[in-house]
Design a binder for this molecule. Structure first.
Ligand code: NAD
Ligand code: UDP
Length: 317
């Protein structure tokens, strides 16, 4: 198959690209490298069937940049960390609006299947727990996270209108916190921060009292779920949570990273950012039923290669 991956130079997109080229597909990555890196694609770039294009999806790509036909379009282009979208809020809103429209137009043009990567952030600071797909969320529409939360909600709506009005075969993945090698070391997310701090023997910066929870999915489990959601027949218009239901507090995560690294680091508390969700855990029954998918990799197992990756980053500095 010929497959388009927008945002393919990012953390998740590069792992997805590795998987798809490894299966023998022709893959075209489109990325503007706002938060992604060429080095993420070092492994995949040895495959002759990978093409990497530098383009900003906010601008409609010329037809000859992305000529027909594509069989599949994965839409991942979007800054994803609070620091990333905090630095580029307007770009984040626009890539979810214009960028998603342009990716949808390509899928429509070619009769391709489309997968939108949405997020658990559409649930905001959830009032029900764990989060099921038919929960509408509790989102601050104009707070510091709103460029991302509302951008992704708009992108979901745009995708569903293409299903309803244009009969597009599109699916929506609501991805929960994902971690692993190639997570950008400076994107401010908790796993890279804690790993780098523990490895350097510095205090781990727990925001607030650390009682807030997240559920962390290893990136290999996640990309397997994305592929299953794309390739399972009969799922047009379905919205599916993809994440690991094991929920931990940030204090527990900090302690686990300290233990696994054998670090002498302590824990320090710094102010909690505004609108930081208090808890988050996916209900994955829909993914289990429709895709026969659930994560296989426990947090301790996934943190091993992740810590190794960040140790390699430190030696390069
Ligand atoms: P990332 O920042 O590493 O990757 C995003 C990629 O999109 C980057 O390579 C970036 O350069 C590219 N990009 C941004 N704006 C673009 C534009 N206008 N045109 C072309 N390319 C553009 O983030 P990630 O963690 O790999 O996330 C990938 C997708 O998954 C995102 O859509 C994100 O919202 C979603 N997601 C991620 C997580 C997570 O925990 N990592 C959780 C929920 C949802
Ligand atoms: N966090 C933390 N220390 C850090 C970075 C983040 O305690 O150095 C907390 C943050 O407040 C949030 C959780 O870890 O409660 C996850 O943050 P992250 O930015 O990784 O993802 P998101 O907030 O988007 O879930």
């Amino acid at each position: 198959m010929r497959i388009l991956v927008t945002g393919g130079a990012g953390f998740i997109g590069s792992h997805l690209t590795d998987r798809l080229v490894g299966q023998g597909h022709d893959v075209v990555v489109v990325d503007n490298f706002l938060t992604g890196r060429y080095t993420n694609l070092t492994q995949a770039s040895t495959h002759p069937n990978l093409q990497i294009l530098h383009h900003d999806m906010i601008e409609r790509p010329a037809r000859d940049l992305l000529p027909s036909p594509f069989d599949r379009v994965y839409n991942l282009a979007c800054p994803a960390s609070p620091r990333g979208y905090g630095a580029y809020p307007i770009e984040t809103l626009l890539v979810n609006a214009n960028g998603t429209l342009h990716a949808l137009e390509i899928a429509q043009r070619d009769g391709a299947r489309f997968l939108q990567t949405s997020t658990s952030e559409v649930y905001g600071d959830p009032t029900i727990h764990p989060q099921v797909e038919d929960y509408w969320g509790n989102v601050n529409p104009n707070g510091p996270r709103s460029c991302y939360d509302e951008g992704k909600r708009f992108a979901e709506s745009l995708t569903m209108e293409h299903v309803r009005r244009h009969d597009l075969d599109a699916r929506i993945a609501r991805i929960f916190n994902t971690y692993g090698p190639r997570n950008h070391p400076r994107d401010g997310r908790v796993v890279p921060n804690f790993c780098l701090q523990a490895l350097a023997g510095e205090p781990l910066t727990v925001y607030g009292d650390g009682s807030q929870t997240r559920s962390f999915c290893y990136v290999d489990d996640l990309v397997r779920g994305l592929e299953l959601l794309m390739e399972t027949d009969g799922l047009a218009g379905e919205v599916v949570n993809l994440g690991n239901p094991l929920e931990v507090t940030m204090i527990e995560l900090a302690q686990q990273v300290i233990d696994l690294t054998g670090s002498t680091s302590t824990i320090c508390h710094v102010p909690l950012p505004k609108d930081d969700p208090t808890r988050r855990r996916p209900d994955i029954r829909k993914a289990q039923t429709l895709l026969n998918w659930e994560p296989d990799i426990p947090l301790a197992s996934g943190l091993g290669p992740t810590i190794e990756y960040f140790a390699g980053v430190l030696t390069l500095q």
